[in-house]
Design a protein. Structure first.
Lengths: 360, 360
């Protein structure tokens, strides 16, 4: 099958907009991440927030990953139901409804969860009680992103001690999400925090770092035991802009159709903010159209992608199916119920985005 | 129940982030839209892209709406399956997969579909053949938005004649989505187009205008037979900014939890771009927090809403549940599988967002 035949066949069988992933590239990306982690002597704990598929997570596990990371409890439940049994939730879990669910989950698979405050830690104690065995908790440390995470090593130590004070919890270590240029600050924070907890008689078994953009830093922070990378299973235009992926590393295309060419120099795609999202990722335009790299996805209505075609020598025509590399692949996956899988120009089948919509 | 008890109960039963709609306000908004259309002598054809619920669409129908509008074919299929039998798709339907589905749909319920090009019209002819009865097609006219739609009345007339030339299609009229300040231009376009089709022996039975922000223009464009408004069933921060809704008219709140307060002056909500979306709607901040109107939702990660709390005298604390009026309600609904319904501070139940994810 040629790529043009593939495009026509996908449009005919499934319609557009559709998510299409090339399993050859997915497998290559999975193997490359594993090799990078192996070379750095760091366990690979891929973050499933990007793909939300237990099947893809199993491919990562089979390639050597040691467990997975989830952002939300609902994602973890889907993964556990599919047989994943070593799960880190990189997020503060709060409130009776969630600690109850977490407790049940921790009773049947190995769960670790992050926390950055005493309120969260004290709530997690209930989850550990429900689980019937100590729940592993790691302290989220902020070394420069100003998102979540304790902001000083002293707070990290105090929180570790608080975790250890609960019989239903076990202090497991630290979670980092270092800024890409923050290796030195992160090392200093981590060293002080580790010394502090050791002085208190605690041992950090796990030091988890994260981020696809941080892959070039892999192995540079001493004491890191595992790394969580999500986006690099598919890559996207942001990862290309960050210099951590090339065009050939992008495994996911959104297939879209040009539905209007009402005037010269412009057109409309059947994919708007409800498909590609308004996440610009700081880039110009909202995606790269492989067939028309000079076309600019200039703005969105909910179901309309506004094309600026003034720079195209041969602009697309009404009915043309095009392949788009999204700016930010994680949020695009989050809107669809299934992938179409291909290898090169052969259609393989469908794969559900099983944890889509698991916001809770 | 007090509002604090309601919030605690929703968090306990359903967790956050959750979409909560107040049916009292929904009903008032539905009645108000119907009254405005009645007063203007224009049929009410609400756009379901906002709520994606056949149940809410039935409430609109029972209040007097004459049919519904959908943006995508998949939405129309969900609505037809639930008994809605007069559906306008305000979108170019293209490609064998979609014209086949449209044909089946048009064989069982009254369908009207928009088109802005000969390519689309010629493709629709197949849908009409499959339906076994002429498919109503309206010509989408662009009177200033530069989105989809023919850009001159002459093109509109030519397209009307092309529709009429297909035995399986019937020319039904015109579709407008006028810019809010474009009444005069739209009137002029419409008058010329109407005269043109009449000279060709065709009668526009339908002239459909659209947009909640266009409600103040209702009745001002002579010849409009129906209006499509979507957002006003719930309203949002954009509609407040546009002056077409007040705070009391906002029927939908996103319930979210403050999960981190790692430093003074900032915090993190459990709702990021995968919940509230990066649609800014041109506003400062990504939503209004009812309990903390001076808090600013400054930016997002996928599951983190970054709060700037520097202006708050009494900032929210970890674990607090807050109610957020989103900037753009349509894209927020699009991410969730269900609404929690309330009346004032009483929980009524749950309602599926049945047409969520119907992008095709």
């Amino acid at each position: 099958m040629s790529i043009e035949t593939l495009k026509a066949e996908i449009a005919r069988r499934y319609g557009t907009p559709s998510l299409v992933i090339d399993l050859d590239i997915v497998e290559r990306n999975i193997a490359r991440l594993q090799a990078r982690c192996d070379a750095a002597g760091v366990a690979n704990r891929p973050h499933i927030k990007t793909h939300k598929s237990p099947v893809l997570a199993a491919m990562q596990r089979d390639a050597g990953a040691k467990g997975i990371a989830c952002q939300k409890l609902g994602e973890a439940e889907v993964m556990a139901d599919a047989g994943h049994d070593d799960i880190l939730i990189t997020y503060n879990i709060l409130g009776e409804e969630k600690t109850g669910r977490l407790g049940k989950l921790a009773g049947r698979v190995k769960m670790t969860v992050a926390a950055d405050s005493a309120v969260v830690v004290d709530g997690l104690a209930r989850a550990g009680e429900i689980a019937g065995r100590p729940l592993d908790v790691i302290v989220e440390c902020d070394t420069g992103r100003a998102r979540a995470g304790v902001v000083t090593p002293q707070e990290a130590v105090a929180l570790a001690e608080r975790i250890a004070s609960h019989p239903s919890l076990a202090f497991a270590g630290f979670m980092l999400y270092p800024p890409e240029n923050g290796v030195a600050e992160t090392q200093s924070f981590l060293d002080t925090a580790k010394a502090g907890v050791r002085a208190a008689g605690l041992e950090p078994r796990v030091v988890s770092s994260g981020g696809t953009p941080n892959l070039p830093n892999l192995g540079k922070i001493e004491g890191v035991t595992e790394h969580r990378a999500g986006t690099c299973i598919f890559n996207d235009r942001m990862m290309m802009a960050a210099g951590v992926a090339s065009l050939e590393d992008c495994a996911l295309n959104l297939y879209a159709t040009v539905v209007s060419r009402a005037a010269p120099g412009r057109g409309i795609l059947d994919s708007g903010s409800k498909t590609l999202t308004s996440d610009s990722g700081g880039l110009d335009g909202f995606g790269l159209i492989l067939e028309h790299p000079k076309a600019r996805i200039a703005k969105f209505a909910e179901e309309h992608g506004f094309l600026d075609l003034t720079a195209c020598e041969q602009p697309p025509e009404i009915g043309d199916v095009v392949r788009i590399i999204p700016n930010h692949v994680c949020v695009v996956v989050n809107m669809q119920d299934r992938y179409i899988t291909v290898r090169g120009d052969e259609i393989i089948g469908e794969l559900p985005v099983a944890a889509r919509g698991k916001l809770r």
